[in-house]
Design a protein around this ligand. Sequence first.
Ligand SMILES: [Zn+2]
Length: 338
Amino acid sequence: MSVSHDRIAAMDDRLDRLVNLDIGARGVEYLYDAARALQGSSLTGAAADALLGVPQGGKVIVTTGSVSRAWISPAVGENDGPSGAAAIVRALVLARTATCVVLAEESLLAPIGAVMVSAGLSPVSFDAARTASSDASLATVVMQAYPTEDRTAIAAASRMLDDFSPDLLFSTERVGRNDKGIYHNMRGRDYGMGRARVDYLFDKALRRGLPVVAVGDGGNEIGMGKVAKAVRTHIPFGNHCSCGCGGGLGAMTGADVLVTAACSNWGCTAIAAAMAARAGDARLLHTPQAEERLLEAMVQNALVNSTHGIIDPNVDGIARDSHLAVAELCQSIVKAAL
Ligand SMILES: [Zn+2]
């Protein structure tokens, strides 16, 4: 079914409002207002338009994954990010037979890859993914490590963009450095150790004029450079961190489209719903059933609820059932278009 542009725009606005309801009381509504003013339209809708603008058989670089307790071990990842990224990769594969290369630290490739599998994606090599894309015979994902040192990460950026020639780059819940080069958590602590410097790749992509879509919830993620002033003004440690670097926790890397959300996974759920509405294709939805499966996969793969520092299916300290409910509500909002 195809519905009018106005009705799609109204759905986009509802999706924006739903996922920016600041359940965690972290100040995301201020970030939303700033991003929305710059975008001039729904953030969710703009992201869906950009993702569906990827050509059939196109290539997308995706990043997510946050080393949650870097000072303890680079193998401890958080459970906000991977399931949202998996929902977006799945939608891109179904809508565009896209080849998606997911970048993260080597230490987190296994758990994030397992979440991709739970979303229905087969992890394969880049060449195998291109074969699968050419005849739409298999939903695939390519998992690849990105360097954790500044110098090698900067060098890898040009090489990777040359090798993959992506049509778009997508980031969700991926921490970026501040203007002093430090990666901060939401308590303003430096937790850059063992962290993949994927933000350098996104900076390079933006300089080359490639489309970049980014999702974030706190202010320290790739994309938030776009609303740096709002992060400094409204987010705890946004102006002064606690690590002594002299900056705040705000990431310096921007985006063409920044989607804010109370929980980054929700932003991805909303984008998938907006894509489904545009395509008139219910397969693109991230359903409550899928969310339940992915939350369980993240527990099984030891990804932590970073707010409480424990492995459970509550993401960003928000109870498990709320995440299923958001998926349900996103589905309800776009139902008339499916
Ligand atoms: Zn600092």
